[in-house]
Each structure stands twice: as structure tokens, then as C-alpha cells.
Write a protein that binds this ligand. Structure first.
Ligand code: F6P
Length: 358
């Protein structure tokens, strides 16, 4: 049933991502089209607990569509998961007449949003994370910009690698998800890619790099996801540096780190952010709640937050007792099929990265 709101809130939470500002802008401008006021919450769920609010209108979101980071700032806030944290947040919403909330971020953000909806606050989640690590969606806002930042950096490193006949081991972010490493590895012509999703054959890779060198290839680029570590917890890229040096390959280790989390969002991120933001407001006005806007096969659509969170845990092998109780057998089968398809797609791309590295 359609709903009339006077005022809704918006926050960004978790790691910032390029395109978050474009999402904020879209939410504010679309809400204003419906005559709804928008309050920005400064500093994610922490800001909500601490009453840090900013009034937003069409002008306050001018000149932000092209900017990285988040104009609403972000703080990771474990306290929000406690009953006291929730109480403080609900008090703030009540005190300022904020009737619904748009929460932008990743899985932690959506957990907060679904908790709020259970406490009677209509919520919609929008993706905003460079990691593309939300199984329920093909795409998260920020991913494209991050990948482009990686390939730009790797292109520059390639110049030196080519000039000095060097191997560059480049570690990239992505938490436990190897998608930034895999896609940007293919797109930058890497000789090897190391990701958490596919076992890495170190002996084969060392041999492969030596053969490439022997065949006359001067630059050797290895893209390593930060999610891969050795048994003793050493970052895999640093470990590989030692292995390559011991094998007579002149190598350097470069950690791109937070460099790829900033920067002006690409067209892909601005456009997806604008479409997702507008859809988030439409959903609230349609009387819907507890949903996240995802992109599947190029189309935006809402899905239940709990479905997204449980699917994610299933894909990551982290299902908790009772997680599947809320779903009928057909839904569980669909979840399993989604996980299998995603795994197969990653493995296929990984094989492609190997085939094209010869
Ligand atoms: O989730 C985004 C991300 O940049 C991950 O890729 C990375 O593992 C993590 O955040 C880093 O977190 P922090 O900025 O808190 O060090």
C-alpha cells in the first residue's frame, strides 16, 4: 500500500565507496519529487545513535555526483548491534520525526537496516562497497571505480616492470572476495592472479613466471587479493615476494590499499547509484520495507534483506543454525543454485585469466 512520509533519513555505513554521493543525491532529489524531506545522518549508525543530523535538499547535494567518498561520512559501529544502541537510534528517529530510512553500504549496513525494520522503521538498503562481495547482487556501487583505479595503477607499474624486466606483485583490497583482483587482473593482462575463491598452485605459478621470462616477456604482473593469506597469517603477496626472489625472479611488492577506495566514480557507478537511489525512494513510497536494491542480469530489483544476508552466508560457507528456517524449500534450492552459478562463474573467469596469461 502506498505510504506518505514527511521525512526520511539517509546514512552511509561501513567502508566508503565511490558512487555513495551519487546515491545520496538521487535519494534526496527523488524524495523531494514526492514532497518528502530528507535528513542526512552524519557518520552512519553511530551518527544515528549520537543525534548527528544534517538537513539535505536539492542544493546541498549539488556538485557531489562526481565525488568519491561520502559527504555523510562513515564510521564502523559495532555498538549499534546492541539493544542499547538500537534504543538510542530509535529515540533519535522519533525525536526528529524521521519515519523511514535509506541505508547505503554492505552486509553490515543491511544487518542494521533489517534490525530497524523489525522495530517498525521502514528501511531500504542500497549497495555501496568496492568489494562486490554481496552474493545477492551482480554489482555493488563502487566496484567499477575501484577496478579502474587498480588497472590505472597496474598500467603505471607495468612501465617499470617492462623497463627493468621486473615482476610486480600487486595486492588489492576486496576483503574476502577476490573479484576486484580477478577482474582487474584479466583487464590488466596479469601473468597470474591470486584470489581466495580458487586454490592457488604456487609451484605451477612460479614455473609459469619463469617460463614467461625465458620466452622473452619482460613485465610480469601478479595481482593478489588481500583475502589470501598463508597458514601463519602472512599476506600472500608478501610471501610470494620471498618465493619469487628465492627463485631468481627480480620482484617487488606493491600494496594499493585504500588508494582504490577513493576517486571520482565512473559512469557505471554514477548511473547505477542514481538508478538505485531513485528506486529506493520509490520502494518506501510504495509502502515496502526491509529490502535491498540489487542488480541481476542488468536489471534493478528489490529483494528481502534477510534473503540477501542468508544467501551471502550460504555462499561464504557461514550459515548459522536456523538461518534457513524462514525459507521454503524452493527458495533454498534457488539459493543453492545461485551460489553454485556464482562459484562456477568465478572459476570460469579464473581459467580465462590463466589462458590469457600465456
Ligand atoms: O569493504 C571495503 C574495504 O576497503 C575492504 O576492501 C577492506 O578489506 C576493508 O574495507 C578495509 O577496512 P578499513 O578501511 O577499516 O581498514
Amino acid at each position: 500500500m502506498a505510504k506518505t512520509f514527511k521525512k526520511i533519513g539517509i546514512l552511509t555505513s561501513g567502508g566508503d565507496a565511490p558512487g555513495m554521493n551519487a546515491e545520496i543525491r538521487a535519494v534526496v532529489r527523488k524524495a523531494k519529487e514526492y514532497g518528502i524531506d530528507v535528513i542526512g545522518i552524519d557518520g552512519g549508525y553511530k551518527g544515528l545513535m549520537d543525534d548527528k543530523l544534517i538537513e539535505l535538499d536539492q542544493r546541498t547535494v549539488s556538485n557531489v555526483i562526481q565525488k568519491g567518498g561520502t559527504m555523510l561520512h562513515s564510521i564502523r559501529c559495532p555498538e549499534f548491534a546492541s539493544p542499547e544502541g538500537m534504543e538510542k537510534a530509535l529515540d533519535t528517529l522519533k525525536k526528529y520525526g524521521i519515519e523511514a530510512l535509506v541505508a547505503i553500504g554492505g552486509d553490515g549496513t543491511f544487518r542494521g537496516a533489517t534490525d530497524l525494520s523489525r522495530h517498525g522503521i521502514p528501511t531500504v538498503g542500497l549497495t555501496g562497497t568496492i568489494d562486490n562481495d554481496i552474493t545477492a547482487t551482480d554489482y555493488t556501487v563502487g566496484f567499477d571505480t575501484a577496478m579502474n583505479s587498480v588497472i590505472n595503477a597496474v598500467d603505471q607499474l607495468r612501465d617499470t616492470a617492462e623497463s627493468h624486466q621486473m615482476c610486480m606483485i600487486v595486492e588489492v583490497m576486496g576483503r574476502d572476495c577476490g573479484e576486484i583482483a580477478l577482474m582487474s587482473g584479466i583487464a590488466s593482462g596479469a601473468a597470474a592472479v591470486v584470489i581466495p575463491e580458487v586454490p592457488f598452485d604456487e609451484a605451477y605459478a612460479v614455473q609459469h613466471l619463469k617460463e614467461l621470462r625465458a620466452s622473452g616477456k619482460r613485465n610480469l604482473l601478479v595481482i593478489v587479493s588481500e583475502g589470501v593469506k598463508t597458514a601463519d597469517g602472512t599476506m600472500y603477496g608478501e610471501h610470494l615476494l620471498g618465493v619469487l626472489k628465492a627463485n631468481g625472479v627480480d620482484a617487488r611488492f606493491v600494496r594499493l590499499g585504500h588508494l582504490v577506495r577513493g576517486g571520482n566514480p565512473t559512469l557505471r557507478d554514477r548511473l547505477t547509484a542514481s538508478r538505485m537511489g531513485a528506486m529506493g525512494v520509490d520502494l518506501l513510497v510504495e509502502g515496502k520495507s526491509d529490502l535491498v536494491v540489487v542488480e541481476l542480469e542488468g536489471k534493478l530489483q528489490p529483494i528481502e534483506i534477510n534473503y540477501a544476508l542468508v544467501l551471502d552466508r550460504m555462499y561464504k560457507g557461514k550459515l548459522k543454525d536456523g538461518d534457513l528456517d524462514a525459507f521454503i524449500p524452493e527458495q533454498i534450492e534457488k539459493m543453492k543454485a545461485t551460489c553454485a552459478a556464482k562459484k562456477a562463474e568465478i572459476e570460469k573467469l579464473y581459467r580465462l585469466s590463466q589462458d590469457l596469461s600465456k
